[in-house]
Design a protein around this ligand. Sequence first.
Ligand SMILES: Cc1ncc(COP(=O)(O)O)c(C=O)c1O
Length: 441
Amino acid sequence: MTTPWNQRCAQRMQWMRASTIRELLKLTENPEIISFGGGMPAPEVFPVEAFRAAADRVLARKGATALQYSASEGYRPLREWLVGYMARYGIEAAPENVLITSGSQQALDLIGKIMINPGDLILTERPTYMGALQAWRAYQAEFVSVPADEDGLRVDLLEEALCAGPKFMYILPNFQNPGGITLSAERRLALLDIADRYGVPIIEDDPYGELRYEGEHLRPLVVSDADRLNSAHSSGGPRYYDDHLVAHAALHGNGRAFMRGNVIYLSTFSKTLAPGLRLAWLVAPVEVVQRCVVAKQGMDLHTATLNQMIAYEILTSSDDFLHAHVRLIRDVYRERRDAMLAAMDASFPPGVTWTRPQGGLFLWVTLPEYLDATELLQVALTHKVAYVPGDAFHPDGGGRNTLRLNFSYCDPARIAEGIRRLGGVFYRAIEQHALEASAVL
Ligand SMILES: Cc1ncc(COP(=O)(O)O)c(C=O)c1O
């Protein structure tokens, strides 16, 4: 007898859906299709030669260690390196606050695993990152969302959503995926203030913060949260750093105090080195890291030792390798973003609007309300151009007339051609609607 597998599956499978983007990526493997669909870095910017040389050195000098099992927390030298790297952006942490994960996607799953009970409510921006929804739906989370405008999350609408009692808020402050928008400095402070008053922690997901093409770097939420707690302490409020934790850190010889606070910070090497590495990190109070470590042991024991050691080798191979490499990426992506914006200005019809991101990989398009981006994708595919329809980024419905475009993957000439084709699709759809409307009259 063959097993009826669907009867053997757990109930939670009802809540798991294949990612629209992953499905779409399969379609766009056809090289004739100009794809603005995935969130893929430009393959031209991968530091392939640096990886080859670093892999050689690791295998020649520490081959047996690199091929062995290792600590669930991650490769200690890499965690120490990250502590120094993040300190440049004001993030004060000890290695004990850092967990290496197999991509930020795993960090999102770990957070779900340690924090979400069936039926728990999570507050997100609208639109938000589809991968987080996918990870947390598996834990039977429910969502309440707050809209975002060109300055990011509408914090003026936050309190009403907080009254519903979410377990945590999921925020993407820089060049948000999918919207490409950035949370303004004023709103960051207002958000922290409200989060503190309601006692709701924040997951700050920041894969794109380094990829800024213009404007000033803004303080991460995790930094302003620390500032706030420290100043509360100096004015007699609760202490940000615990005495016994400081002593513990000193005992470990790194002399750094452990971080505490209301924010869990996530970042990744996917957009700055290579996504195929599957290497990212989570920064959180020790009690969160320790729980994530236990949860991670059940997932993959640890992130690949070899990948961590190669990444560490590259990062320490020359003075400031990462910053020099990120500068190159910024130049390439800035040019591509500008090519896309110029092509849209030239070939998108009136009535279609879009964001002008200061960084990241994406921009967000809003079509007239009567158009459906999922239906139009079928038409676009016949013209060999693809995008991601926006409804999948809306946790609680809506967004059918929106879509996400990626500008990092295609070169400027393909971007211009793809946007020209897409402009044609939108023009024809708007004309068709006008014709139908006049026929009704
Ligand atoms: C907002 C956001 N979070 C997390 C991820 C997952 O990144 P990683 O490749 O590190 O798993 C992505 C990837 O595109 C993302 O856009």
